[in-house]
Design a protein around this ligand. Structure first.
Ligand code: ATP
Length: 132
């Protein structure tokens, strides 16, 4: 397969620059697979699982939302946060899930529900990616 460059950037800087055969991710417009020579694209990315394929080997990641840009030379993923399956700390994600659920259950007006829901979504997604 023809490889193309994937750049993954986070608020901390470059997370990875790697030559890949394919990337599968969930954009705000739906699930997409990107191969070399994909048409140009710019889209939001959901809090979701992402994977890429190199020589038949798939590697899985937890993406906490972001943005993807595709041009004829490379694909760039700007992620709020990203962890590979190995990097995910399962206990931390489970603790974050519990905290978010407790926040959502307590009918405290001081609590930002949108923020709690997003935290819950990230935690569940990390737990799911770890379990793949
Ligand atoms: P927590 O409440 O546990 O910090 P969070 O969803 O609020 O979770 P984020 O703001 O999305 O955390 O991420 C902050 C940083 O911590 C990022 O660099 C992210 O990659 C890392 N991170 C968050 N949760 C985990 C986890 N379960 N395993 C590994 N790294 C994590």
């Amino acid at each position: 397969m023809t490889k193309f460059k994937l750049k993954i950037i986070t608020p901390h800087g470059i997370y990875q620059e790697v030559d890949i055969d394919q990337i599968n991710l969930r954009t705000t417009a739906g699930q997409i697979g990107i191969l070399a020579h994909h048409i140009p694209l710019a889209s939001g990315v959901e809090i979701s699982e992402m994977n890429y394929m190199i020589d038949g080997k798939k590697t899985y990641f937890a993406v906490s939302g972001g943005f993807v840009h595709v041009n004829e030379h490379e694909t760039t993923l700007i992620a709020n946060a990203i962890e590979s399956q190995e990097e995910i700390d399962l206990r931390r994600a489970e603790a974050a899930k519990q905290r978010a659920e407790e926040r959502m259950k307590s009918h405290n007006e001081q609590i930002d529900m949108v923020r709690a829901e997003a935290a819950l979504k990230r935690a569940i997604m990390r737990i799911n990616v770890k379990g793949l």
